[in-house]
Ligand binder design. Structure first.
Ligand SMILES: NC(=O)C1=CN([C@@H]2O[C@H](COP(=O)(O)OP(=O)(O)OC[C@H]3O[C@@H](n4cnc5c(N)ncnc54)[C@H](O)[C@@H]3O)[C@@H](O)[C@H]2O)C=CC1
Ligand SMILES: O=C(CO)COP(=O)(O)O
Length: 360
Protein backbone atom coordinates (compact mmCIF):
# COMPACT_ATOMS: atom_id res chain seq x y z
CA UNK A 1 0.00 0.00 0.00
CA UNK A 2 1.44 3.40 -0.87
CA UNK A 3 1.08 6.15 1.68
CA UNK A 4 0.39 9.70 0.71
CA UNK A 5 2.82 12.34 1.91
CA UNK A 6 1.10 14.38 4.63
CA UNK A 7 3.79 16.99 5.23
CA UNK A 8 4.30 19.39 2.33
CA UNK A 9 7.83 19.49 0.98
CA UNK A 10 9.76 22.70 1.55
CA UNK A 11 9.58 24.74 -1.64
CA UNK A 12 12.36 26.82 -3.17
CA UNK A 13 10.54 29.94 -1.96
CA UNK A 14 11.26 28.83 1.64
CA UNK A 15 14.90 29.69 0.98
CA UNK A 16 17.18 31.37 3.44
CA UNK A 17 17.77 35.09 3.27
CA UNK A 18 20.05 35.56 0.28
CA UNK A 19 21.69 38.66 1.74
CA UNK A 20 24.41 36.40 3.12
CA UNK A 21 25.96 35.12 -0.11
CA UNK A 22 29.15 33.33 0.90
CA UNK A 23 31.69 32.07 -1.65
CA UNK A 24 32.00 28.30 -1.79
CA UNK A 25 33.31 25.74 -4.27
CA UNK A 26 32.18 22.24 -5.19
CA UNK A 27 34.68 20.00 -7.00
CA UNK A 28 33.26 17.12 -9.06
CA UNK A 29 30.48 17.37 -11.62
CA UNK A 30 28.73 14.05 -10.87
CA UNK A 31 25.53 13.25 -9.01
CA UNK A 32 26.66 14.22 -5.54
CA UNK A 33 28.56 17.34 -6.58
CA UNK A 34 25.37 18.44 -8.35
CA UNK A 35 23.20 17.72 -5.30
CA UNK A 36 25.45 19.71 -2.96
CA UNK A 37 25.74 22.56 -5.45
CA UNK A 38 21.95 22.75 -5.53
CA UNK A 39 21.61 22.87 -1.72
CA UNK A 40 24.32 25.55 -1.41
CA UNK A 41 22.89 27.71 -4.20
CA UNK A 42 19.36 27.41 -2.80
CA UNK A 43 20.77 28.55 0.53
CA UNK A 44 21.79 31.75 -1.22
CA UNK A 45 25.50 31.11 -1.60
CA UNK A 46 27.73 31.84 -4.59
CA UNK A 47 28.84 28.41 -5.80
CA UNK A 48 31.71 27.79 -8.16
CA UNK A 49 31.05 24.33 -9.53
CA UNK A 50 34.19 22.69 -10.95
CA UNK A 51 34.07 19.82 -13.41
CA UNK A 52 36.72 18.55 -15.82
CA UNK A 53 34.58 18.50 -18.95
CA UNK A 54 34.15 21.82 -20.79
CA UNK A 55 31.06 20.72 -22.72
CA UNK A 56 29.36 19.70 -19.48
CA UNK A 57 30.24 23.03 -17.83
CA UNK A 58 28.84 24.89 -20.84
CA UNK A 59 25.66 22.87 -20.64
CA UNK A 60 25.19 23.62 -16.95
CA UNK A 61 25.85 27.32 -17.63
CA UNK A 62 23.51 27.58 -20.62
CA UNK A 63 20.67 25.28 -19.58
CA UNK A 64 20.97 25.14 -15.79
CA UNK A 65 20.93 21.36 -16.05
CA UNK A 66 23.64 18.72 -15.56
CA UNK A 67 22.37 16.51 -18.38
CA UNK A 68 24.73 13.58 -17.92
CA UNK A 69 24.09 13.02 -14.19
CA UNK A 70 20.87 14.84 -13.21
CA UNK A 71 18.92 15.46 -16.41
CA UNK A 72 15.63 16.29 -14.63
CA UNK A 73 17.02 18.72 -12.09
CA UNK A 74 16.99 22.47 -12.60
CA UNK A 75 19.93 24.23 -10.99
CA UNK A 76 19.02 27.73 -9.92
CA UNK A 77 20.73 30.52 -8.04
CA UNK A 78 24.23 31.89 -8.14
CA UNK A 79 26.12 28.98 -9.74
CA UNK A 80 29.26 29.39 -11.81
CA UNK A 81 30.21 26.15 -13.60
CA UNK A 82 33.89 26.13 -14.50
CA UNK A 83 36.74 23.88 -15.62
CA UNK A 84 39.32 26.17 -13.97
CA UNK A 85 39.92 24.61 -10.55
CA UNK A 86 42.27 27.34 -9.32
CA UNK A 87 39.63 29.98 -10.06
CA UNK A 88 36.92 27.84 -8.48
CA UNK A 89 38.63 27.64 -5.09
CA UNK A 90 40.11 31.16 -5.00
CA UNK A 91 38.60 33.02 -2.04
CA UNK A 92 36.19 30.18 -1.24
CA UNK A 93 35.27 29.94 2.42
CA UNK A 94 34.72 26.19 2.02
CA UNK A 95 35.59 23.70 -0.70
CA UNK A 96 33.50 20.52 -1.00
CA UNK A 97 35.17 17.65 -2.86
CA UNK A 98 32.98 15.01 -4.58
CA UNK A 99 35.56 13.27 -6.75
CA UNK A 100 35.67 9.45 -6.82
CA UNK A 101 38.35 7.98 -4.56
CA UNK A 102 40.42 6.67 -7.48
CA UNK A 103 41.01 10.22 -8.79
CA UNK A 104 40.84 12.15 -5.51
CA UNK A 105 44.54 12.46 -4.72
CA UNK A 106 45.63 13.27 -8.26
CA UNK A 107 43.15 16.15 -8.57
CA UNK A 108 44.07 17.61 -5.16
CA UNK A 109 47.81 17.14 -5.73
CA UNK A 110 47.75 18.80 -9.13
CA UNK A 111 46.22 21.91 -7.57
CA UNK A 112 47.76 21.76 -4.09
CA UNK A 113 49.39 25.17 -4.51
CA UNK A 114 46.06 26.81 -5.30
CA UNK A 115 44.42 26.00 -1.97
CA UNK A 116 44.60 28.79 0.60
CA UNK A 117 45.89 28.61 4.16
CA UNK A 118 43.13 27.73 6.65
CA UNK A 119 40.61 27.14 3.87
CA UNK A 120 37.99 24.57 4.97
CA UNK A 121 38.18 21.57 2.61
CA UNK A 122 35.51 18.91 3.10
CA UNK A 123 35.49 15.48 1.49
CA UNK A 124 32.12 14.14 0.31
CA UNK A 125 33.73 11.00 -1.11
CA UNK A 126 32.97 7.57 0.37
CA UNK A 127 35.97 5.50 -0.62
CA UNK A 128 39.48 4.36 0.25
CA UNK A 129 42.77 4.79 -1.62
CA UNK A 130 44.56 1.57 -2.50
CA UNK A 131 48.10 2.58 -1.52
CA UNK A 132 48.36 2.64 2.25
CA UNK A 133 44.61 2.26 2.85
CA UNK A 134 44.23 6.04 3.05
CA UNK A 135 40.89 7.77 3.63
CA UNK A 136 40.16 10.99 1.75
CA UNK A 137 40.67 13.27 4.77
CA UNK A 138 44.12 11.69 5.23
CA UNK A 139 44.89 12.48 1.60
CA UNK A 140 43.81 16.08 2.18
CA UNK A 141 46.07 16.34 5.22
CA UNK A 142 49.00 14.92 3.28
CA UNK A 143 48.52 17.02 0.14
CA UNK A 144 47.28 20.33 1.59
CA UNK A 145 48.32 20.34 5.27
CA UNK A 146 47.78 24.08 5.62
CA UNK A 147 44.03 23.68 5.06
CA UNK A 148 41.46 22.72 7.69
CA UNK A 149 39.76 19.49 6.71
CA UNK A 150 36.49 17.69 7.32
CA UNK A 151 34.28 14.91 6.05
CA UNK A 152 30.59 14.91 5.23
CA UNK A 153 28.85 11.53 5.36
CA UNK A 154 25.43 10.07 6.11
CA UNK A 155 22.29 8.65 4.48
CA UNK A 156 22.43 11.02 1.55
CA UNK A 157 21.08 9.65 -1.72
CA UNK A 158 21.73 12.44 -4.22
CA UNK A 159 18.52 11.68 -6.11
CA UNK A 160 16.45 12.45 -3.01
CA UNK A 161 18.37 15.55 -1.94
CA UNK A 162 17.80 17.23 -5.32
CA UNK A 163 14.11 16.47 -4.84
CA UNK A 164 14.22 18.36 -1.51
CA UNK A 165 13.30 15.19 0.39
CA UNK A 166 14.01 15.55 4.10
CA UNK A 167 17.61 14.46 4.77
CA UNK A 168 20.19 14.49 7.56
CA UNK A 169 23.95 14.24 7.35
CA UNK A 170 27.06 14.46 9.54
CA UNK A 171 29.97 16.87 9.33
CA UNK A 172 33.02 15.42 11.04
CA UNK A 173 36.00 17.68 11.69
CA UNK A 174 38.47 18.25 14.47
CA UNK A 175 38.17 22.02 14.11
CA UNK A 176 34.90 23.31 15.66
CA UNK A 177 34.88 26.24 13.26
CA UNK A 178 34.81 23.88 10.26
CA UNK A 179 31.87 22.00 11.81
CA UNK A 180 29.94 25.22 12.45
CA UNK A 181 30.72 26.65 9.02
CA UNK A 182 29.46 23.55 7.22
CA UNK A 183 26.31 23.36 9.39
CA UNK A 184 25.62 26.96 8.58
CA UNK A 185 26.32 26.74 4.82
CA UNK A 186 24.36 23.54 4.16
CA UNK A 187 21.62 23.41 6.79
CA UNK A 188 18.12 24.30 5.60
CA UNK A 189 14.46 23.23 5.82
CA UNK A 190 15.13 19.90 4.15
CA UNK A 191 18.82 19.30 4.93
CA UNK A 192 19.91 18.91 8.54
CA UNK A 193 23.60 18.74 9.46
CA UNK A 194 24.73 17.01 12.67
CA UNK A 195 28.32 17.26 13.95
CA UNK A 196 30.83 14.66 15.11
CA UNK A 197 34.51 14.81 16.07
CA UNK A 198 35.29 11.18 15.12
CA UNK A 199 36.51 11.96 11.61
CA UNK A 200 38.03 8.52 11.07
CA UNK A 201 34.88 6.66 12.18
CA UNK A 202 32.48 8.78 10.15
CA UNK A 203 34.60 8.49 7.04
CA UNK A 204 35.30 4.78 7.37
CA UNK A 205 31.58 4.08 7.97
CA UNK A 206 30.70 5.83 4.69
CA UNK A 207 33.20 3.74 2.75
CA UNK A 208 32.41 0.40 4.41
CA UNK A 209 28.63 0.49 4.05
CA UNK A 210 29.00 0.39 0.24
CA UNK A 211 30.24 -3.19 0.54
CA UNK A 212 27.18 -4.25 2.52
CA UNK A 213 24.85 -2.47 0.09
CA UNK A 214 26.17 -4.85 -2.60
CA UNK A 215 25.44 -7.81 -0.31
CA UNK A 216 21.94 -6.48 0.41
CA UNK A 217 21.24 -5.98 -3.29
CA UNK A 218 22.19 -9.60 -3.90
CA UNK A 219 19.91 -10.77 -1.09
CA UNK A 220 17.06 -8.73 -2.58
CA UNK A 221 17.63 -10.29 -6.00
CA UNK A 222 17.40 -13.72 -4.43
CA UNK A 223 14.25 -12.80 -2.54
CA UNK A 224 15.65 -14.05 0.76
CA UNK A 225 12.91 -12.44 2.82
CA UNK A 226 12.48 -9.72 5.45
CA UNK A 227 14.12 -11.66 8.31
CA UNK A 228 17.20 -12.17 6.17
CA UNK A 229 17.27 -8.47 5.27
CA UNK A 230 17.24 -7.51 8.95
CA UNK A 231 19.86 -10.12 9.85
CA UNK A 232 22.11 -8.86 7.07
CA UNK A 233 21.89 -5.19 8.00
CA UNK A 234 22.46 -5.88 11.69
CA UNK A 235 25.37 -8.24 11.14
CA UNK A 236 26.84 -5.81 8.61
CA UNK A 237 26.79 -3.16 11.30
CA UNK A 238 28.55 -5.54 13.71
CA UNK A 239 31.16 -6.45 11.12
CA UNK A 240 31.94 -2.92 9.96
CA UNK A 241 32.08 -1.68 13.56
CA UNK A 242 34.42 -4.48 14.60
CA UNK A 243 36.75 -3.65 11.74
CA UNK A 244 36.65 0.12 12.28
CA UNK A 245 37.15 -0.15 16.04
CA UNK A 246 40.21 -2.33 15.46
CA UNK A 247 41.62 0.58 13.42
CA UNK A 248 40.85 3.21 16.06
CA UNK A 249 37.30 4.45 15.32
CA UNK A 250 34.76 5.13 18.09
CA UNK A 251 32.09 2.35 18.11
CA UNK A 252 29.39 4.89 19.02
CA UNK A 253 29.84 6.59 15.65
CA UNK A 254 28.33 3.46 14.09
CA UNK A 255 25.10 4.03 16.05
CA UNK A 256 24.66 7.37 14.30
CA UNK A 257 23.64 8.69 10.90
CA UNK A 258 26.98 8.01 9.26
CA UNK A 259 26.90 4.39 10.51
CA UNK A 260 23.59 2.62 10.86
CA UNK A 261 21.83 5.55 9.11
CA UNK A 262 23.77 5.24 5.89
CA UNK A 263 23.78 1.45 6.12
CA UNK A 264 19.97 1.36 6.24
CA UNK A 265 19.45 3.63 3.26
CA UNK A 266 21.97 1.96 0.99
CA UNK A 267 20.98 -1.58 1.99
CA UNK A 268 17.29 -0.95 1.34
CA UNK A 269 17.10 1.41 -1.62
CA UNK A 270 17.42 0.61 -5.28
CA UNK A 271 18.54 4.23 -5.72
CA UNK A 272 21.90 3.09 -4.30
CA UNK A 273 24.29 2.21 -7.12
CA UNK A 274 26.09 -0.31 -4.91
CA UNK A 275 22.77 -2.02 -4.09
CA UNK A 276 21.95 -2.11 -7.82
CA UNK A 277 25.27 -3.79 -8.64
CA UNK A 278 24.57 -6.47 -6.03
CA UNK A 279 21.06 -6.91 -7.37
CA UNK A 280 22.29 -7.35 -10.94
CA UNK A 281 24.94 -9.90 -9.89
CA UNK A 282 22.30 -11.69 -7.80
CA UNK A 283 20.25 -11.97 -10.98
CA UNK A 284 23.16 -13.61 -12.76
CA UNK A 285 24.83 -10.63 -14.48
CA UNK A 286 28.64 -10.38 -14.64
CA UNK A 287 30.14 -7.75 -12.32
CA UNK A 288 31.72 -5.74 -15.16
CA UNK A 289 28.49 -5.67 -17.11
CA UNK A 290 26.51 -4.56 -14.07
CA UNK A 291 28.98 -1.75 -13.31
CA UNK A 292 29.05 -0.54 -16.91
CA UNK A 293 25.26 -0.46 -17.08
CA UNK A 294 25.04 1.82 -14.05
CA UNK A 295 27.53 4.23 -15.65
CA UNK A 296 28.26 6.00 -12.36
CA UNK A 297 30.74 5.32 -9.60
CA UNK A 298 29.95 2.45 -7.19
CA UNK A 299 32.81 2.66 -4.71
CA UNK A 300 31.96 -0.63 -2.92
CA UNK A 301 33.38 -2.86 -5.65
CA UNK A 302 36.85 -1.36 -5.20
CA UNK A 303 36.53 -0.89 -1.41
CA UNK A 304 35.76 -4.60 -1.02
CA UNK A 305 39.21 -5.58 -2.33
CA UNK A 306 41.01 -3.18 -0.01
CA UNK A 307 38.99 -4.11 3.07
CA UNK A 308 39.41 -7.84 2.46
CA UNK A 309 43.19 -7.32 2.22
CA UNK A 310 43.29 -5.11 5.31
CA UNK A 311 41.10 -7.48 7.36
CA UNK A 312 43.44 -10.35 6.48
CA UNK A 313 46.43 -8.17 7.49
CA UNK A 314 45.07 -7.10 10.86
CA UNK A 315 43.29 -10.38 11.59
CA UNK A 316 39.71 -9.11 11.89
CA UNK A 317 36.91 -11.64 11.26
CA UNK A 318 34.70 -10.33 8.42
CA UNK A 319 32.62 -13.21 7.06
CA UNK A 320 30.36 -11.01 4.89
CA UNK A 321 33.33 -9.29 3.26
CA UNK A 322 34.98 -12.67 2.74
CA UNK A 323 31.80 -14.16 1.25
CA UNK A 324 31.22 -11.26 -1.12
CA UNK A 325 34.86 -11.35 -2.19
CA UNK A 326 34.59 -15.07 -2.95
CA UNK A 327 31.46 -14.46 -5.05
CA UNK A 328 32.72 -11.43 -7.00
CA UNK A 329 36.35 -12.38 -7.39
CA UNK A 330 36.60 -16.10 -6.63
CA UNK A 331 33.78 -17.60 -8.66
CA UNK A 332 32.06 -18.99 -5.54
CA UNK A 333 28.33 -19.60 -5.94
CA UNK A 334 26.03 -17.33 -3.95
CA UNK A 335 24.16 -20.28 -2.44
CA UNK A 336 27.39 -21.95 -1.27
CA UNK A 337 28.48 -18.72 0.43
CA UNK A 338 25.07 -18.29 2.10
CA UNK A 339 25.22 -21.85 3.34
CA UNK A 340 28.73 -21.34 4.70
CA UNK A 341 27.64 -18.18 6.55
CA UNK A 342 24.56 -19.83 8.07
CA UNK A 343 26.46 -22.90 9.22
CA UNK A 344 29.42 -21.03 10.74
CA UNK A 345 29.99 -21.19 14.52
CA UNK A 346 27.10 -19.46 16.31
CA UNK A 347 28.39 -16.36 17.99
CA UNK A 348 27.51 -13.60 20.50
CA UNK A 349 25.32 -10.70 19.48
CA UNK A 350 26.65 -7.10 19.76
CA UNK A 351 30.11 -8.52 20.40
CA UNK A 352 31.80 -5.44 18.95
CA UNK A 353 30.81 -3.29 21.95
CA UNK A 354 30.81 -5.96 24.67
CA UNK A 355 33.75 -6.55 26.99
CA UNK A 356 35.74 -9.49 25.60
CA UNK A 357 34.89 -11.80 28.52
CA UNK A 358 31.13 -11.43 27.84
CA UNK A 359 31.48 -11.74 24.07
CA UNK A 360 33.36 -15.03 24.20
N1 LIG B 1 25.52 9.95 -5.48
C1 LIG B 1 25.26 9.85 -4.18
O1 LIG B 1 24.11 9.62 -3.77
C2 LIG B 1 26.35 10.02 -3.18
C3 LIG B 1 27.69 9.89 -3.54
N2 LIG B 1 28.67 10.04 -2.59
C4 LIG B 1 30.07 9.87 -2.94
O2 LIG B 1 30.50 10.94 -3.77
C5 LIG B 1 31.58 10.52 -4.59
C6 LIG B 1 31.27 10.93 -6.02
O3 LIG B 1 30.14 10.21 -6.40
P1 LIG B 1 29.05 10.68 -7.45
O4 LIG B 1 29.08 12.14 -7.67
O5 LIG B 1 27.78 10.09 -7.02
O6 LIG B 1 29.60 9.90 -8.72
P2 LIG B 1 29.17 10.04 -10.25
O7 LIG B 1 29.54 8.78 -10.90
O8 LIG B 1 27.77 10.52 -10.32
O9 LIG B 1 30.13 11.21 -10.77
C7 LIG B 1 31.52 11.14 -10.66
C8 LIG B 1 32.09 12.46 -11.11
O10 LIG B 1 33.50 12.45 -10.89
C9 LIG B 1 34.13 12.95 -12.05
N3 LIG B 1 35.47 12.41 -12.18
C10 LIG B 1 35.86 11.12 -12.34
N4 LIG B 1 37.20 11.07 -12.47
C11 LIG B 1 37.65 12.33 -12.39
C12 LIG B 1 38.93 12.94 -12.48
N5 LIG B 1 40.03 12.21 -12.69
N6 LIG B 1 39.01 14.27 -12.38
C13 LIG B 1 37.91 15.01 -12.18
N7 LIG B 1 36.67 14.53 -12.09
C14 LIG B 1 36.55 13.18 -12.20
C15 LIG B 1 33.23 12.47 -13.20
O11 LIG B 1 33.50 13.23 -14.36
C16 LIG B 1 31.87 12.76 -12.59
O12 LIG B 1 31.56 14.11 -12.76
C17 LIG B 1 31.68 8.99 -4.40
O13 LIG B 1 32.74 8.69 -3.55
C18 LIG B 1 30.37 8.61 -3.75
O14 LIG B 1 30.49 7.49 -2.90
C19 LIG B 1 28.39 10.37 -1.31
C20 LIG B 1 27.08 10.51 -0.91
C21 LIG B 1 25.97 10.31 -1.80
O1 LIG C 1 26.30 7.02 -0.23
C1 LIG C 1 25.20 7.02 -0.72
C2 LIG C 1 24.00 7.33 0.06
O2 LIG C 1 24.29 7.74 1.36
C3 LIG C 1 25.05 6.69 -2.15
O3 LIG C 1 25.19 5.33 -2.30
P1 LIG C 1 25.60 4.71 -3.72
O4 LIG C 1 26.98 5.21 -4.02
O5 LIG C 1 25.50 3.25 -3.51
O6 LIG C 1 24.59 5.21 -4.71
Amino acid sequence: MTQERTTPKPSPTDRKDTSECRNVAVLGGGSFGTAMTKVLAENGHCVRFWMRDEAQARDVRDKGVNDRYMPDVKLEGNIDPTTDLAAAIRGAEAVFVAIPSKAFRSVIREHAEDFEADQAVVSLTKGIERDGFRLMSEILQEEIPRCRTGVLSGPNLAGEIVNRDLTATVIAAKDPDVRRTVQCLLGCEYFRVYANVDVYGVELAGALKNIYAIVAGMAAAMDLGENAKSMLITRSLAEMSRFAVSLGANPMTFMGLAGIGDLIVTCTSSRSRNFRIGYAVGKGRALDEAAAEIGQVAEGVHTLLLVKEKADDVGVYMPLVRGLYDILYGNASISAVINGLMMAVQNSDVEFILPRTVAQ
